[in-house]
Design a protein around this ligand. Structure first.
Ligand code: MF3
Ligand code: CO
Length: 249
């Protein structure tokens, strides 16, 4: 069931999203060679709690942390670990959610640790830009497929591939609401986009093939071919005046 939010509800949700965005920014600023992923997670966790919010991910289906931190060929859902030390040249994807006012804000971005290769930089730039292109396509009266097809075309034209097994999602009082928001698809197909819909758009884009596998830890998702992957996510609202990025600060 798709839950449409009133303007008043969007205002409440915007506060949760601002906290999620602040946590992402703070955690991203902590990314540096020599720092552990547990340290980065701690920054996100503390930011959320300090702002009176709840770390949405912590305990979600048993997930043990406030954020997911995925390095290089890890696509998503990397579990923070004090023994996992970030190295110069790594790309570090951080995904973090905050619950506040009874609403969830969900966002992610990939950060560079020290100097990264031009190819890695290009992957991050294209993935981020594909998110903004997908957001532009999220207009009332359009369809879910308009978003995914835009992201897919943008990334594939530039030689990258789109992970299929995981998608964006509706978001509101809980992290995962209807509809599913794939990063691939056909223009004009799928659920109709309506004012008041709030969705998380989150392209997961690979340098090599689209294939992924899950590690035995039950969470970490990696590329099959060991090549790099990047991930950017915003929570947005669809309004009569166009898409509004709620996790933009
Ligand atoms: N942000 C992720 C998503 O959109 C959620 C991470 S999974 C969790 O699905 F278990 F860590 F919360
Ligand atoms: Co999400």
């Amino acid at each position: 069931m798709i839950v449409l939010k009133t303007t008043r509800e969007l205002d409440l949700m915007k506060e949760a999203c601002a906290i999620a965005a602040g946590a992402l920014k703070a955690a991203g600023a902590a990314v540096a060679p020599g720092v552990s992923t547990a340290d980065v997670n701690r920054v996100a966790h503390d930011y959320i709690v300090r702002h009176g919010a709840i770390p949405t991910f912590l305990g979600y289906n048993g997930y043990p942390a406030a954020s997911c931190i995925s390095i290089n060929d890890e696509v998503i859902h990397g579990i923070p670990n004090k023994k996992r030390i970030i190295k110069a040249g790594d790309i570090v994807s951080i995904d973090v959610g905050a619950t506040f006012n009874g609403y969830v804000g969900d966002n992610a971005a990939t950060f560079a640790a020290g100097e990264i290769s031009p190819e890695a930089q290009r992957l991050c730039d294209v993935t981020r830009e594909s998110l903004y292109e997908g957001i532009k396509a999220a207009v009332a009266g359009g369809r879910i497929g308009d978003i995914g097809s835009t992201i897919q075309r943008y990334c594939e034209e530039r030689g990258f591939s789109v992970v299929r097994e995981y998608t964006g999602h509706g978001v509101g009082k809980v992290m995962h609401e209807d509809p599913s928001v794939p990063n691939f698809g056909t223009p004009g197909r799928g659920v109709r986009l309506l004012p008041g819909m709030t969705i998380a758009i989150e392209p997961m884009i690979n340098m090599g093939g689209a294939g992924i596998r899950q590690l035995p830890d039950g969470w970490t998702v990696k590329t099959r071919d060991g090549k790099l992957s990047a991930h950017f996510e915003h929570t947005i609202a669809i309004t009569a005046n166009g898409p509004v990025i709620l996790t933009q600060i």
